[in-house]
Design a protein around this ligand. Structure first.
Ligand code: RB5
Length: 142
């Protein structure tokens, strides 16, 4: 299964580690950048990832910046994107179970690599619950 990944400079190191982890888990990471620790503007990588996920190839993604907020704010401008910020296993689980996030956002400067992998694993391993949560998601678009 393909997973799009992107980060700015603040998330670059974590992105490199996460790509290795995803490969180890049998996923096929698709790297949308950034490709070095040089400073960049997070919308420059967030918009291409969101556009690809909106088209369904790849169907899901993981984005990282310092706090996660710049990525989440940018990604959620796209109508078909539900980008959810998570920083531990439980929130990683709930952002799928309740919000059906199609992009997971990690706060690279405020999470250890181990916590980041555990959060991503929880999000990937959890099923959306549907039901009342689907009704709520249906009310999100403007
Ligand atoms: C970069 O310094 C930082 O502003 C960015 O990674 C992110 O935290 C923005 O929301």
């Amino acid at each position: 299964m393909k997973i799009g990944v992107c980060s700015d400079h603040a998330g670059f190191e974590l992105k490199c580690r996460l790509i290795g982890h995803l490969r180890d888990m049998g996923y096929e990471p698709v790297d949308f950048g950034t490709f070095s620790p040089e400073s960049i503007d997070y919308p420059d990588v967030a918009h291409p990832l969101a556009a690809a996920v909106e088209k369904g190839d790849p169907a899901i993604g993981i984005a990282m910046c310092g706090t996660g907020n710049g990525m989440a704010i940018t990604l959620n401008k796209h109508q078909k994107i539900r980008a959810g910020l998570a920083w531990d296993r439980k929130i990683g689980e709930l952002v799928k179970r309740h919000n059906n996030a199609n992009i997971l956002v990690l706060p690279a400067r405020f999470i250890s690599p181990e916590e980041a992998m555990a959060t991503a694993d929880a999000w990937l391993d959890t099923e959306f619950e549907g039901g009342r949560h689907q009704r709520r998601i249906d009310k999100i678009p403007l």
